[in-house]
Design a protein around this ligand. Structure first.
Ligand code: SF4
Length: 354
């Protein structure tokens, strides 16, 4: 006998989920989890992917003042890596089979487009590797420092060899929340505009959420629907990445009470699968934010991707991340197999490699 949940499941499968359906499911975790797991099975089977990559945080000097950040420093205290240092990190990564170099940094007051292009060009002249670099906030900052539009900056970076951009700096796409947690950051409209411009220029990106601070369940749901709408229009997101707020050593951590529960983490991962279906079908959990045990459990709550090896992770570590700085391909393989799934290595754009 069909019941209301069968009808709701069919509606979601057809990509017709509505805000009130998501809010309803957020109050019925058992059904939410079942639907998320079914959709994951239908879309991705048992395959769980990961990418061999390396993070390079080329500078921590930042004029921003995000309240959740323990990474940015004043110019006097911070660092800016030399090109030689960047290249030797890339070389080490490529020697360890990395196919992607992820580059992000603080908002350095003195760097302009030529500096950012210089980093990409130097890497591309020596190594055949995908460059995944510079968030919408960094793109905005470079445009301002260079007296150019964000579109001109994106075109310049693409010409230099940029492959894709991280959809970080999204946090929660709601200006009343951004005003509290990161008042100096670009507003929602600007984030969306830069992402859509990148997609239009043929530069794909990830999409992210930072959950677990002052936002409500409804705010998370609204954020997910904004991502869904962009993806329906551009199809430029490669994946949706969930980033749990890390509360150590930062002002926001001192403002909020209590830790994010496992149930809450499971629910926001499952809601992501349900709301983004079928437009964005790669849902990624972060081992850096969750640690090995919890990230493995997320495979039962709609997740089909575990991100990258990273090799060097500074931003979350400084805010109290429970995980290390590197997860080897062997670690990924073991963790995924132990969950009863099939590990596959992928590139940045989700082409399977092994
Ligand atoms: S999150 Fe990024 S932009 Fe904000 S203060 Fe930290 S380094 Fe700067």
């Amino acid at each position: 006998m069909r019941d209301e949940f069968d009808d709701l499941y069919e509606k979601i499968r057809k990509g017709k989920v509505e805000r009130e359906d998501a809010i309803f499911l957020a109050g019925k975790p058992f059904y939410l989890f079942c639907i998320a797991d079914e959709l994951r099975k239908e879309e991705k089977g048992d395959v769980v992917t990961y990418v061999v990559n390396r993070n390079i945080n080329f500078t921590n000097i930042c004029v921003g003042a995000c309240k959740f950040c323990a990474f940015g420093e004043e110019k006097e205290e911070g660092y800016l890596l030399s090109m030689d240092a960047v290249l030797s990190k890339v070389e080490e990564a490529v020697n360890n089979e990395a196919t992607e170099i992820c580059i992000q940094g603080g908002l350095h007051p003195d760097l302009a487009l030529t500096d950012y292009c210089g980093i990409i060009e130097s890497i591309k002249s020596k190594f055949d590797v995908h460059i995944h670099a510079f968030s919408p906030m960094e793109i905005y900052h470079v445009a301002k420092n260079s007296g150019m539009s964000e579109e001109e900056v994106l075109k310049g970076l693409k010409n230099a060899g940029l492959g894709s951009i991280p959809g970080t700096a999204a946090e929660i796409l709601d200006d009343s929340i951004r005003e509290i947690i990161c008042p100096g950051k670009i507003k929602t409209e600007k984030w969306v505009e830069i992402i859509k411009t990148a997609h239009r220029l043929g530069i794909p990106s990830t999409a992210t959420i930072m959950y677990g601070h002052i936002e409500s369940v409804e705010d998370r749901i609204d954020h997910l629907f904004k991502i869904r709408e962009i993806q329906k229009e551009t199809e430029g997101f490669t994946e949706f990445v969930l980033l749990k707020f890390m509360r150590k050593n930062n002002e926001l951590g001192r403002m909020v009470n209590g830790n994010v529960s496992f149930l809450e983490t499971a629910m926001v991962h499952a809601l992501s699968r349900v709301i983004l279906h079928p437009y964005c079908n790669n849902i990624q959990a972060s081992w850096v934010k969750l640690g090995m045990r919890d990230v493995q459990k997320m495979l039962y709550f709609g997740v089909n991707d575990l991100g990258g090896t990273l090799m060097e992770e500074n931003i979350s570590r400084l805010s109290g991340s429970p995980a290390g700085e590197y997860m080897s391909p062997e670690d990924f393989e073991r963790l995924i197999k132990d969950a009863g799934r099939t590990p596959k290595r992928r590139d940045t754009l989700y082409e399977l490699i092994i």
